[in-house]
Design a binder for this molecule. Structure first.
Ligand code: SF4
Length: 294
């Protein structure tokens, strides 16, 4: 995205209900040329960033990124997929686990320093994609997170977007489900102290799956429509991060590079979806309506 587009939209929304800005969930936001300017604009507007990174801290290194982001971020999520070097490298293509751990220590120290200075603490999270390759290490990931001062471990199920991913998804077989459900109990024990208690790491997505493959958890409300607005790189507005929304299957919601975002936000297309999404076939099957995409 052109940084000027993001900054222009932010200017339009100043003084309104906007609270957080999420720079990119596709690609690595720390490589985006506009991130510094966006962070400055977000801070000047009294808003907060919500950043997900792959944890390689490109360019300036972990400490400097922590110092840059912790004072202006509500949540800093680090993708994390193994507790052993082999698993981490296999799932995140050559990742150096020891270097990644050192990076987290640096960022956590920067977070603590910023919290002591400002009185507001940026939450540090691990974002984990549960799958065949790491289900045996999920509890160890939680223990590692706790030891590194991570506040929350958010676990999502691998989504089968292409057939080649199907063998890696845990929900596809009774055996995978059994191992996931065992991992849930182990993660809860590893989080030590339980949800929200001091010294404990909070878990999210740690839900038991129905034992029969194909049986799904009941769908809850959509966490996005009417709450978040998504601007794609060229300016198209989408109601949520579902790939079907980005390819137009939920409708045409306009373009924020041509129309003020408030108009799109209050427009008929979004209103129709907000009222009718439970009956839309894409929304009926949507993993975002189930904990961890389960
Ligand atoms: S696909 Fe539908 S239910 Fe899923 S996140 Fe988008 S709007 Fe919500």
């Amino acid at each position: 995205m052109e940084p000027s587009l993001a900054l222009g939209i932010l200017r339009q929304l100043r003084g309104g209900p906007l609270r957080e800005v999420i720079p990119s969930t596709l690609g690595e936001p720390l490589l985006w040329e506009g991130l510094d300017a966006l962070a400055d604009a977000v801070a000047a507007a009294g808003l907060l960033l919500n950043v997900t990174t792959n944890g390689t801290w490109p360019g300036r290194g972990a400490r400097a990124w922590g110092e840059r982001l912790a004072p202006v971020a509500a949540d800093l999520k680090i993708s994390w997929n193994g507790a052993t070097a082999a698993t981490a490298a296999a799932i995140m293509d050559g990742l150096d686990l020891a270097a990644a751990i050192d990076g987290v220590r640096e960022v956590a120290a920067a977070r603590d320093a910023a919290a002591a200075r400002t009185g507001r603490r940026c939450r540090l999270s691990f974002q984990v994609t549960a799958q065949e390759g790491n289900v045996a290490e999920l509890a160890a990931i939680v223990r590692l997170a706790r030891d590194l001062g991570i506040d929350r471990v958010k676990v999502n199920q691998l989504q089968v977007q292409v057939p080649a991913l199907a063998p890696r998804a845990l929900g596809a077989s009774a055996d995978g489900i059994r191992r996931w459900n065992g991992a849930v109990a182990a993660m809860r024990a590893a989080s030590a102290g339980g949800r929200g208690e001091a010294g404990a790491v909070a878990l999210q997505g740690d839900v038991l799956l129905p034992e029969r493959p194909g049986e799904r958890l009941a769908a809850g409300p959509c966490p996005f429509v009417g709450r978040e607005g998504w601007i794609l790189a060229g300016g198209a507005f989408a109601p949520c991060p579902h790939p079907a929304a980005w390819s137009g299957e939920l409708g045409d919601f306009g373009d924020a590079s041509r129309t003020p975002l408030r108009e799109l936000w209050e427009g008929p297309a979004l209103r129709r979806l907000a009222e009718g999404y439970p009956d839309h076939p894409v929304c009926r099957a949507c993993p975002f309506r189930r904990p961890g995409g389960a």
